[in-house]
Design a protein around this ligand. Sequence first.
Ligand SMILES: NC(=O)c1ccc[n+]([C@@H]2O[C@H](COP(=O)([O-])OP(=O)(O)OC[C@H]3O[C@@H](n4cnc5c(N)ncnc54)[C@H](O)[C@@H]3O)[C@@H](O)[C@H]2O)c1
Length: 250
Amino acid sequence: MSIQGKTILYTGAAGGLGLPATLHFLRAGATVLAVDHDAAKLSALTDAAAGIDAGRLVTLAADLSDLDGFRSLLSGQAAALGGLDVVINNAAIYPAKPFDDYSIEEHQAVQRVNVDAGIVAVQVALPGMRGRGWGRIINIASITFYGGWANLSPYVASKGALVGLTRAWAREFGPHGITVNAISPGAFPTDAEKIHPDPEGYTRFVLDHQAVKRRGHPGDIAEALAFLASDAAGFISGQVLNVDGGWVMH
Ligand SMILES: NC(=O)c1ccc[n+]([C@@H]2O[C@H](COP(=O)([O-])OP(=O)(O)OC[C@H]3O[C@@H](n4cnc5c(N)ncnc54)[C@H](O)[C@@H]3O)[C@@H](O)[C@H]2O)c1
């Protein structure tokens, strides 16, 4: 199972799950194009990678909600890197409030970052993947897609869209040697969790629901991503892999 020599686009790479996964890929010998809009967090990623990246970390400060700007910046970087072998659509925003309080513009803003930017990323990467007859696309979904969470309707809708795109793209790109899968994280203690008002109560709730009685850590996601990005997973496509300690079982 190797991702050595692969060029990986990782959106939201400076975040709670993205930073450790990026370091994991660099240690495994991949080149990572790390995209995020948070310059301070990107700089922390660069610091964390010092010593292991051997020049294989490329950071790109880009706001994914500016789809045209993102396309232009990404196209330039992808060309400079000789193409993208792996696309990981990971960046997300997750506002939380009752459905009635969302304007349609707020709903659309979530879809733009969580879904539409991923479409742009795939549009940029696809011609090269097709040309090489090899590619991996991994969309990051969420356990919330399976229900049980209120007040996250634009976010849950965006994750549902990513699951739909995973299946549609898997069918369409498979003949070109490109697999498309989704990873659905359970509950990981990152910034995304800070939307919950009672952290200790939330941890009790999480452990009650998981079959595995420990909190997840970002390495759990990094290992699953590395597997799906590798040759070893070449016969797996159109699937959603729940990495959630045995919470959701379907
Ligand atoms: N942490 C969890 O428990 C959990 C659970 C289920 C799903 N997920 C999913 O995992 C993925 C990563 O989550 P995380 O916990 O690392 O969250 P995070 O908030 O720590 O990371 C998301 C990253 O995306 C970046 N980002 C947001 N908007 C952007 C924009 N407009 N342009 C560029 N970058 C932007 C942020 O700066 C951040 O670094 C997300 O798709 C999230 O929905 C996380």
